[in-house]
Design a protein around this ligand. Structure first.
Ligand code: GLN
Length: 604
């Protein structure tokens, strides 16, 4: 029976059906293809990277793709999660706080995603419970099947309608066998049944062990993991075997035998030097063809167009490999032990470095021990410094000392969000003479609260999703360094509660700090810089520019930092400045002050 006939026959029945099929307006069953990626054996196999690379292969063939991550936890979003445990909180343009995998997808597919691309069990349950309270289940008992699973399918179809994608890539969080992901797996089984043949491709990512004591690859854990998936009623169509070294034919055949998947669709996905190689690895092995064949899809572009799309990445990789110079960039922060907490910053540095043919080495700078006295010694081999985003009190004094050293020592410096706020405090204290300047996040009683709660934050209760979040336009002041980077306007993503208190702007500017970017409709300072005559690169932003850096479009704040670090590390470096400074003498016009009414109008 075709999927449409199945739906029609269910709808024709009286209200008392076992099926529950909420369907978004405009959705046509069987018209969208889905690729579902499951993890077996263990977590941490790089499901997001795998899934985004596979999606990229299809995108290069001219197909419109969109990803969705189905996250098992009950949180509504990632905003309240500790980056120390879970990695950074990624923020989308629409303000969604989500898993860092969404950053992987945005970078790989060069696409801005939205809340529709991120689904947690918390969101699903919330919808189900809200519907129950409004009588939406017509007297029925509300159950995991069909109501919770129905809502999961509804989310996938909503994304299909809104994105108009040819193929939706569904990443199921966790590992097959987790209680908290069981409803997602069940929903995928139902989806395949309802959408009809050739509409859904199940891909199992598994792991082949290679114990050192045995010196050979063993497939048993992979077999058992896939069996677990079969027990859920999901027959994989493609198996991807993660492993340290290429998976042998023998092992692949064994996995094929135990999982009803033909050996030609059991692929190796061994470790490789760079994530940018993975799409080529997948293509070389034939994954893309296997998916296209299963889903009965044809490329939308001719071969030269596909090759041109692929070459963009291979060229990026070639540049990454042919770097000629190196710089050390320090990053201060309290999550120094967890690289994932700074994943996007590391990526943005890589993008900027690759653009400048420069290898960026990251040096973690522990600010808990940092003082004016230890600054020079701690930062002696560092050519540029980033003071990244943070919350709370810890490490603030060290960061301020670090920024002071960077300002006085002409060390290229980028302050991000909290780092921007600390730069304002440092300047207020040490240049404007406001000894007791602080942020009210750190000291609510300070005499000069140069960083203060945003007015709209004063009325907010609760923590989840309540910050100033997402993409906002920024107007840039003519004649500034920021204007040379961005032109008159740019868009940046934000995640903060505090801002520069407008009462102190005139005083800070009179002492030489330039606020070169601000919100168009409110007096929220977004970018700061020092005159080029005073410092080669001292820049801060209230935003999180790392979130919008892409391999082929590196974010200018990071390009500027690495460029300035290069000039510090290699005094003979004579490449033309990316942002010419010949406007040094041009006076920077102060912007007209915003009226109190203007301050209040900014909402979304
Ligand atoms: N804690 C600061 C604020 O809420 C900075 C936030 C951040 O760095 N993301 O404004």
């Amino acid at each position: 029976m075709s999927s449409e006939r199945l739906f029609d026959s269910i709808r024709e029945q009286s209200g008392d059906t076992e099926f529950y099929l909420p369907m978004p307006a405009g959705y046509k069953p069987g018209s969208t293809k889905f690729v579902a990626v499951f993890g077996t054996v263990m977590s941490g196999l790089g499901k997001g990277i795998f899934s985004s690379s596979l999606a990229k292969c299809l995108q290069d063939k001219g197909l419109a793709v969109t990803p969705i991550k189905l996250e098992g936890y009950l949180n509504i979003d990632s905003g309240t999660l500790n980056p120390f445990r879970h990695g950074e909180v990624f923020v989308l343009d629409d303000g969604t706080e989500c898993d860092m995998d969404l950053g992987t997808y945005e970078r790989a597919l060069d696409q801005d995603l939205s809340r529709l691309n991120f689904c947690t069990s918390g969101q699903v349950y919330r919808r189900v419970l809200e519907r129950e309270r409004t009588g939406g289940y017509l007297g029925r008992d509300v159950q995991m099947i069909p109501h919770v699973t129905g809502e999961v399918k509804n989310r996938l179809r909503e994304l299909a309608v809104a994105s108009k994608a040819d193929v939706v890539f569904v990443e199921i969080g966790g590992t097959v066998g987790d209680v908290e992901n069981a409803h997602y797996i069940e929903a995928m089984r139902q989806l395949a049944f309802e959408e009809g043949q050739r509409s859904v491709c199940f891909v199992a990512l598994t792991y082949v062990l290679e114990p050192v004591i045995l010196g050979e690859q063993k497939s048993k854990a992979a077999q058992l993991g896939i069996r677990r998936l079969l027990e859920c009623g999901v027959q994989p169509h493609i198996i991807a075997c993660r492993a340290h070294t290429p998976v042998t034919r023998k092992v692949r055949e064994k996995i094929a035998l135990f999982s009803n998947v033909p050996p030609e669709r059991v692929f190796s996905m061994h470790d490789c030097e760079s994530v940018y190689l993975i799409p080529e690895l997948l293509r070389g092995a034939g994954y893309d063809k296997a998916v296209m064949d299963w889903l009965d899809l044809q490329p939308r572009v001719d071969e030269p167009t596909e090759r041109a799309a692929r070459e963009e990445w291979t060229e990026y990789l070639a540049r990454l490999r042919s770097v000629t110079r190196e710089v050390n960039i320090g990053i201060t922060g309290k999550y120094t032990a967890v690289r994932d907490a700074y994943a996007s910053i590391l990526k943005a540095l890589e993008h900027a470095g690759t653009g400048l043919l420069c290898k960026v080495h990251v040096r973690w700078v522990d600010t808990s021990e940092f003082t004016d006295e230890t600054a020079a010694e701690t930062l002696k081999d560092i050519h540029g410094i980033i003071v990244p985003g943070a919350f709370g009190v810890r490490g603030a004094a060290g960061k301020i000392a670090c920024l002071k050293h960077a300002r006085l020592d002409q060390l290229p410096c980028l302050g991000i969000c909290y780092g921007f706020q600390m730069a304002v405090i440092e300047f207020a204290r040490n240049v404007c003479g406001m000894q007791d300047a602080d942020s009210t996040e750190i000291d609510n009683e300070c005499r000069f609260p140069v960083i203060n709660l945003l007015p709209e934050q004063k009325e907010i209760e609760g923590l989840g999703g309540t910050m100033r979040l997402g993409g906002y336009d920024v107007v840039v002041r003519p004649g500034t360094l920021a204007a040379r980077m961005f032109g008159p306007r740019t868009r940046l993503r934000f995640r903060h509660r505090y801002e520069v208190d407008p009462r102190y702007i005139a005083q800070l500017e009179a002492a030489g700090m330039i606020f070169s970017g601000k919100s168009p409709r409110a007096e929220i300072m977004n970018i700061l810089e020092l005159q080029p005559a005073l410092h080669p690169y001292y820049v801060g932003t209230q935003a999180h520019p790392e979130l919008t850096s892409r391999p082929l479009a590196p974010q200018p704040f990071f390009v500027g930092l690495v460029d300035a670090a290069l000039r510090r590390a290699y005094p003979e470096y004579q490449e033309p400045l990316l942002y010419p400074r010949e406007l040094d003498d041009a006076p920077v016009e102060p912007p007209p002050p915003a009226t109190p009414q203007e301050r209040r109008v900014e909402t979304v």
